[in-house]
Design a protein around this ligand. Structure first.
Ligand code: SF4
Length: 166
């Protein structure tokens, strides 16, 4: 029997990323708990950036979580399994997120970034106390702190679609 393989710097990097992803998952649980009283009509408009006029930004660590989720589900959604246009236009002009599936669901829901967890259109309703701007800013800071430990400049957010293309 051969001797066990020595850990490489790449192994260390992967292990560190796994630890940071576990911290990110815990943070996402806090975010979801904060928004637990918010209900939305699930129109999927928020996943169509040409309609909302805004797109979530992702840090390096959020992108790593998304990439792992995409790989775990067998790769990117085939174009035929992606969402159809909503308003009778086309998905290009609606700038539909490539992870929105034909059933109108996020195909990487558990790994969706903070921007997706915290953005609701004006039709959303909150039964309890709404999340304050200060609370949201604190969540953003926590994500940025984790991402800064993940990669140099990892805390700098990039538009989701552009980050996915790199
Ligand atoms: S990652 Fe998921 S929730 Fe976020 S915009 Fe894309 S489909 Fe929507």
């Amino acid at each position: 029997m051969g001797s066990p393989r020595r850990p490489t710097p790449h192994d260390d990097e992967r292990a560190r990323e796994r630890e940071l992803l576990a911290e990110l998952a815990a943070l996402y649980r806090d975010v979801d708990a904060a928004y637990a009283d918010t209900r939305c009509p699930t129109s999927t408009e928020c996943c169509r950036f040409g309609i909302t006029g805004r797109e979530p930004y992702v840090t390096s660590l959020e992108l790593a979580a998304l990439r792992r989720a995409v790989a775990a589900r067998g790769g990117a959604l085939h174009p035929k399994r992606r969402a159809l246009p909503l308003l009778g236009g086309d998905t290009a002009s609606e700038r539909t997120c490539p992870m929105l599936d034909a059933a109108g669901r996020c195909s990487v829901y558990d790994a969706r970034p903070l921007g997706c967890r915290s953005f609701f259109c004006e039709r959303a309703e909150t039964e309890g106390r709404p999340v304050t701007r200060g609370e949201l800013a604190a969540f953003v800071r926590r994500v940025q702190e984790l991402a800064a430990r993940h990669q140099r400049d990892g805390e700098r957010g990039r538009p989701l679609t552009r980050a996915l293309e790199d």
